[in-house]
Write a protein that binds this ligand. Structure first.
Ligand SMILES: [Cu+2]
Length: 336
């Protein structure tokens, strides 16, 4: 017994010592983009880099998935999607900071699913994870399609969600297996857009999911972002044109912090909460969003230049939730 106690004691010291040194030492890592970096940051599970997730926030920004389209005998449009859940991937959230992401179709957020009101939406869901997962869509549908009481088992479990798309607007979808917070914060969420039958006016359209990452598991976020990678759009400004209508579908998926917000510089936007009305409720440069609260913003810039957009909760913007629009003069207005 004494021997056993001694062994446990010694091994605890060894484990604890190596952990403490990891926090202080500058370590060298090869990032997923091939850069060699040194960091003393929290580096979690760097051994998993073989399955590191690649994510391109600029591509995600304007990528809409309309599904495989066919027509039913009564003329209704059927849109089919395949969504695969996994929970074994690692993503470099910030240089040198690796985090175990749980993904729909390999990314956080999952694919933006876009349909028209009244379409039949069929989601072929496959769970290739190691835990049970589901997809819970916000919107109007039958109870058995709600993704709450039918956990889909790991290692290839399947479920087909089917419902009629509605109401018009921008909605989140996310896993709804308990503990819910754990399944959401690891990344099992995405955006579901239901277009009105008469399409909204032509615009340069974008999706922004406001999210955060608790990389040290203390139920406080260490990083915040619009579309997963902190500071990404600050380093890679989003290029838009003067006089062009910009439409942003914004969804707040930040956990732990009760509110988030969205401030736009040098401009104001028309805001449609949840996107369910075609008439904006307010003209502002600042909205406040609680968990899964979302809406549609519309604006256009008169003057060219660089304009910030960011959380006005300064802590969030200093930890990554900040970006830039680079507004360039359209050829028409510059007379070229
Ligand atoms: Cu889950």
């Amino acid at each position: 017994m004494l021997m056993l106690t001694a062994i446990i004691g010694i091994s605890t010291i060894i484990v604890f010592t190596s952990f403490s040194e990891a926090q202080l030492e500058q370590k060298t890592f090869v990032t997923h983009s091939g850069q060699i970096i040194k960091t003393s940051g929290d580096v979690l599970d760097p051994l998993y880099t073989a399955s590191t997730v690649e994510f391109d926030p600029m591509r995600y920004l304007r990528e809409f998935n309309y599904g495989r389209v066919s027509q039913l005998s009564d003329g209704t449009i059927l849109r089919e999607f395949t969504i695969i859940a996994e929970d074994n991937k690692i993503q470099e959230i910030s240089p040198g900071v690796f985090y175990n992401v749980w993904t729909f179709n390999g990314t956080v957020p999952g694919p933006t699913i876009r349909v028209t009101e009244g379409d039949v939406v069929r989601i072929n869901f496959i769970n290739n994870g190691s835990k049970s997962h589901t997809i819970h869509f916000h919107g109007i549908h039958q109870a058995e399609m709600d993704g709450v009481f039918e956990p889909v088992g790991p290692s290839g479990g399947q479920f087909t969600y089917e419902f009629i798309a509605g109401p018009v607007g921008v909605h989140p979808y996310h896993c709804h297996v308990m503990p819910l917070e754990e399944h959401i914060v690891h990344g099992l969420y995405g955006v579901f857009i239901v277009d009105p039958k008469e399409a909204r006016p032509q615009a340069d359209e974008m999706v922004m999911v406001l999210n955060g990452f608790d990389t040290d598991f203390d139920t406080e976020n260490n990083f915040y972002a619009a579309n997963t990678i902190p500071f990404y759009y600050q380093h890679h400004p989003i290029q838009i044109s003067t006089g062009e209508l910009i439409r942003i579908y914004v969804v707040n998926m930040v956990e732990f912090d009760p509110i988030n917000n969205f401030h736009l510089h040098g401009n104001l936007y028309q805001y449609y909460p949840t996107g369910t009305s075609l008439v904006p409720s307010t003209f502002t440069d600042m909205i406040t969003l609680s968990q899964t609260e979302r809406g549609i913003m519309e604006f256009q810039y008169t003057y060219p230049g660089k304009y910030l957009f960011h959380a006005h909760k300064v802590e969030f913007s200093e930890k990554g939730w900040v970006g830039l629009f680079l507004v360039q003069e359209t050829k028409e207005s510059s007379g070229e």
